[in-house]
Design a protein around this ligand. Structure first.
Ligand code: URA
Length: 241
């Protein structure tokens, strides 16, 4: 058998048309064509790189496997696929994967935490579209001791450039008078460029560290910084809801 040749029923099954047995039935019933010619014998092989296979007169192609990855991004990595300044990109962290994935949205270079990567363009489009409004939760370490009044401002919305941010969920996780820092959890639905940093700057606070702890309900608690894992189908569906 020439390399790349594969039994027709196996190819139909791999393309998601039906099980091999059912595919055999379809072949016998004359529903399958190779290069425009109906075939009804079962022994036939095809070379998917050369032959064009039709089922019910529609071209059959191999289903691409969709892959969804959750990365706990370290600081110092850019969220692009190629960087003009040769900096480390998030793709350097998932080198073992031989499928080309792209980041879903962005995390700035000095922000760590949850980042999804996928080869599913539809998913990326839906999740990053402003109408989707998926919640993203950040933990910001701020200089100084934040006041209730400042928290209220962040909750209500603050002006960043020409834009007033939408209501956010904000809570104080910790205030440390010895080191003079506060840790605040901020949950937003929007994704303006460097939004959380700008929100904190708008209330007069310097951001010393920023970490995205969650995308929707998916957190990176169990992933060490720089580690990644596959998302499972229920997690993907929850994000798409
Ligand atoms: N807000 C920021 O300031 N930076 C990010 O990376 C994401 C949200």
């Amino acid at each position: 058998m020439e390399q790349n040749e594969i039994r027709l029923q196996k190819y139909l099954a791999e393309c998601g048309i039906a099980s091999r047995r059912k595919a055999e039935e379809y072949i016998r019933d004359g529903k399958v064509k190779i290069n425009g010619k109906t075939v009804t014998e079962l022994g036939i092989k095809v070379n998917p790189n050369i032959d064009i296979v039709y089922f019910n007169d529609r071209r059959v192609t191999k289903q691409r496997e969709n892959v969804y990855i959750l990365l706990n991004k370290p600081i110092g990595y850019v969220t692009t696929t190629k960087d003009q300044f040769n900096r480390n990109t998030v793709l350097d962290l998932i080198k073992g994967l031989n499928i080309r994935v792209v980041p879903v949205g962005r995390l700035d270079m000095y922000t760590s935490g949850a980042l999804i990567l996928t080869n599913d363009g539809d998913f990326t489009y839906k999740v990053t579209h402003p109408s989707h409004e998926i919640e993203k939760t950040y933990v910001a370490t701020l200089k100084g001791i934040i006041t209730e009044q400042e928290i209220q401002k962040l909750k209500n919305g603050v002006a960043i450039e020409n834009y007033v941010t939408r209501p956010a969920k904000v809570r104080i996780l910790k205030t440390d008078t010895v080191n003079n820092i506060s840790r605040v959890e901020i949950t937003i639905h929007e994704g303006k460029n460097r939004q959380v940093r700008k929100m904190c700057e708008a209330i007069g606070r310097n951001v010393m560290a920023l970490h995205r702890s969650k995308i929707g309900n998916i957190d990176v608690k169990n992933l060490k910084i720089g580690q990644w894992r596959y998302l499972d189908i229920s997690e993907i569906n929850a994000i798409l809801q």
